[in-house]
Design a protein around this ligand. Structure first.
Ligand code: ADP
Ligand code: MG
Length: 233
């Protein structure tokens, strides 16, 4: 029984994969259809069989198209956004889960944080992934600090600092590889997706950690990503 948040994480990744696969299936379908039409004109006595093949092919095409629409994540739109309210929205969303685990999330904003150009839903997905990992790393409760600060000219830093189990140093390079998880019910896709999304924003995601002390995730975002027109799919 997955929580809603686990579901949204899985859906986003599965959606991206499914959309990719659907595209891959459509191309060979088109070429098969072309050859069947050719054979149909060559062997007119077998026309009814070729028509049957074409009908079945059309059915596959329809299913794949439907699937593509279903699976495609919401349109990727980069817009000017107040990063503080994005963070606040996600903290509010995840707070119930935190409280149930005896965790307090403390949010701190430096003054004069600039507006940034970003894909709101994707960034929210990253904040959810990261906060969820922190909560899961703190079975005995504690405090998660979330800070938004000005990094340097035209750059904003977000810090997610937890007091959780931490990550052994030799595991740090493994983070972000698909399906790497230490959890019984983990997907090992949360960090991979997060790295992808931050890369897509021309940003940086850095992890520092100490076993039994906690983990800090720093996300650095430019106020205007240079490649903000490049899309994920
Ligand atoms: P999942 O959460 O499904 O395991 P993720 O990609 O989100 O997958 O994380 C991969 C692994 O990285 C986790 O299983 C965990 O071992 C480690 N990890 C990530 N964030 C933290 C954190 N804040 N504290 C401790 N370990 C973490
Ligand atoms: Mg996770």
């Amino acid at each position: 029984t997955d929580t809603l948040l686990q579901k949204s994480e899985k859906l986003a990744v599965v959606g991206q994969m499914a959309a990719g696969i659907a595209h891959e299936i459509r191309n060979p379908l088109t070429s098969i259809k072309g050859f069947i039409q050719l054979f149909k004109s060559r062997y007119p006595s077998d026309e009814e069989y070729f028509n049957l093949l074409l009908t079945e092919l059309e059915r596959i095409n329809l299913i794949v198209s439907e699937f593509l629409i279903l699976a495609k994540p919401t349109d990727i739109v980069f817009k000017e956004k107040d990063i503080k309210s994005l963070v606040q929205d996600i903290v509010t969303l995840i707070n119930t889960q935190a409280i149930m685990n005896n965790i307090q999330i403390l949010v701190e904003f430096e003054p004069d944080i600039p507006i940034i150009v970003c894909e709101e839903n994707q960034l929210k997905q990253v904040f959810i992934n990261v906060l969820k990992n922190s909560i899961e790393a703190m079975p005995n409760g504690g405090i998660i600090h979330v800070k938004v600060a000005i990094k340097e000219k035209n750059k904003v830093s977000l810090y997610f600092i937890d007091q959780g189990a931490g990550i052994p140093e030799d595991r740090l390079p493994t983070l972000g590889e698909p399906f790497y998880t230490t959890k019984e019910k983990g997907t090992g896709l949360g960090l991979m997706t997060s790295y992808r999304i931050i890369e897509n924003h021309d940003g940086e995601l850095k992890i520092s950690s100490k076993v039994n002390e906690g983990t800090t995730i720093e996300i650095i975002l430019p106020t205007v990503p240079q490649s903000h027109l490049v899309q994920l799919t």
